[in-house]
Write a protein that binds this ligand. Structure first.
Ligand SMILES: [Zn+2]
Length: 346
């Protein structure tokens, strides 16, 4: 099969397009003909071999890519819930479906979990085999490109806003960095699914305009405005009820200071840095919660896909590239001047 892979860590130039063996299908797996794969920051890290992704290539070249949508072409001998020909999107976070956490409906705590494209071979390929439980059927109104752009940005947004923080329609959410994939997803979940007030941050007037179009009520340009001061002004000194932070250290001081009484602070990424100073006094006297989320449950993805099918939320795609141009797509991702997802098609 055709695939994009790398045999050494480095810049976008280490990505090669060529032939790789087709994956086999296990008894509880489905094999998918991938039609679209979306890029994530994790793909860039694993290509560069940074942030704990360094590998030895003992098993040969590695195919990256977590997000994928496509058509089922083969089902394992134990699979009854899926049929050949079904259109599906996958949850890239794969769980064992057998342990205490998985059985107890807390599959996000599965200790035998892994990510497609990190612990297994990835989605920059014509074919991909995944556990049947992680393949979610798509409504006909959702294209493969849009479907592939959903999981990695919507799962953490959904887990934080809908499930963990239980953001309410009368509350205010702060979504950091509107232009990233997670930002575009979280604004829509907070606004279109929950109906809360949304404050977001970004760096240019053009990105601010797009954030407003997505549903943000207030956009703070952090290059020329003080984030904490503006939030204080917007909320009348009260602060925000929920923060969704996938940026990390850079915005923590301003965002954590802006948390209201009873506020919930969800972290799902640390792009700008891992370490921050926690004001423990403020936390307990102000009844605040800080928590982390990595991805989400298969049932979360089912709900996300359902709401996308109804047109309540949508995947925001900046640009699509043919699979063989994956290196070009990585260059765009590293350039940081994009809004939404970069998607490979095959
Ligand atoms: Zn498990």
């Amino acid at each position: 099969m055709k695939a994009v892979y790398f045999s050494e860590h480095g810049g976008p130039e280490v990505l090669q397009y060529g032939d790789m063996p087709e994956p086999s299908v296990g008894p509880n797996q489905v094999k998918i003909r991938v039609h679209a794969a979306a890029l994530n920051r994790l793909d860039v890290y694993s290509r560069a071999g940074v942030r704990g992704t360094r590998r030895k290539f003992d098993d040969g070249p590695h195919i990256p890519g977590a997000d994928a949508a496509g058509e089922i072409v083969e089902v394992g001998s134990e699979v009854s819930a899926h049929k050949v020909g079904a259109r599906v999107v996958i949850n890239p976070r794969q769980t064992c479906q057998q342990c205490e956490a998985c059985i107890g409906r807390h599959e996000e705590y599965c200790r035998r979990s892994g990510m497609v494209g990190s612990s297994t071979t990835g989605s920059y390929a014509e074919f991909l085999s995944v556990p049947a439980a992680s393949a979610i059927t798509l409504p006909s109104s959702v294209s493969y490109e849009e479907a592939a752009s959903l999981p990695t940005v919507y799962l953490p947004s959904w887990s934080i806003l809908v499930r963990r923080a239980a953001l309410q329609p009368w509350e205010t959410a702060l979504i950091l960095s509107a232009s990233s994939g997670v930002g575009t997803a979280a604004i829509q979940v907070a606004k279109n699914v929950i109906g809360s007030k949304v404050i977001t941050t970004t760096s240019t007037a053009e990105k601010a305009q797009k954030a407003t179009e997505l549903g943000a009520d207030e956009v703070i340009n952090y290059t020329d405005e003080d984030v904490a001061d503006r939030i204080k002004e917007i909320t009348g000194g009260r602060g925000v009820d929920v923060v969704l932070d996938h940026v990390g250290a850079d915005f923590w001081p301003a965002a954590s200071r802006s948390l209201a009484m009873g506020g919930r602070y969800g972290i799902c990424g640390v792009t700008s840095g891992y370490r921050a100073e926690l004001q423990m006094g403020a936390m307990f006297t102000r009844y605040q919660t800080v928590f982390g989320v990595f991805m989400g449950r298969n049932s979360d993805l089912q709900q996300i896909v359902e709401m996308t099918g109804r047109g309540v939320i949508r995947g925001i795609i900046h640009e699509t590239f043919p699979l063989e141009d994956a290196a070009k797509a990585h260059e765009v991702m590293e350039g940081l001047s994009f809004f939404g997802k970069l998607v490979l098609t095959m």
